[in-house]
Design a protein around this ligand. Sequence first.
Ligand code: SF4
Length: 191
Amino acid sequence: MSTNAATETLGRDPNCCRCSLWKSTIHICIWGRGSLRAKILELGEAPGVAEEETGKPFTGKAGQLLNRLNEIVGIEKHIYITNPVKCRPPGNRKPSPKELTACLPYLKKEIELIRPKVIVLLGRVAMKSLGLGGDVNAQTKPFWLEPWPDCWVVPTWHPAYCLRAGRESAKELALVLQRAKKLVNRQSEWR
Ligand code: SF4
């Protein structure tokens, strides 16, 4: 089954109106992309201009950087990339807590579908979407989070931050992805 077929079957709603973001976007409810057998789920923020045009997450500059880093680390075939908020907020503003809550059932469905071994939280919005606060840096240690007892959670920077902060931060993000890969390998082989 293709990613799109599976996600449509499992509850993506192109007519969703659970929050008001549907009113200002072209593509409503943009789900993730990648392998349905992914061991690593990378969670970002919300669609931007490029994502709204293509209807796919992480297709803009930040997404291209993340793709490159995934390739360098060698996990590009083992990931599923998605956002906690599935419609583009106007002007690329941060999603509100209300919007994160409204969209959370979709993210939970994706996690149930993929059953990743590691969830990489890319930035503070990703953290907030799972009820976590605090700062993010490249040294934050992995932890477990209910209700996914068999899945490591690894917070780190969003690739958009690395585009602003420069090469060293991108290198550190690559190291975090490398750590995520090692965590998967500790639990099981790549399928
Ligand atoms: S952001 Fe999520 S909850 Fe809000 S309209 Fe889009 S798909 Fe529905």
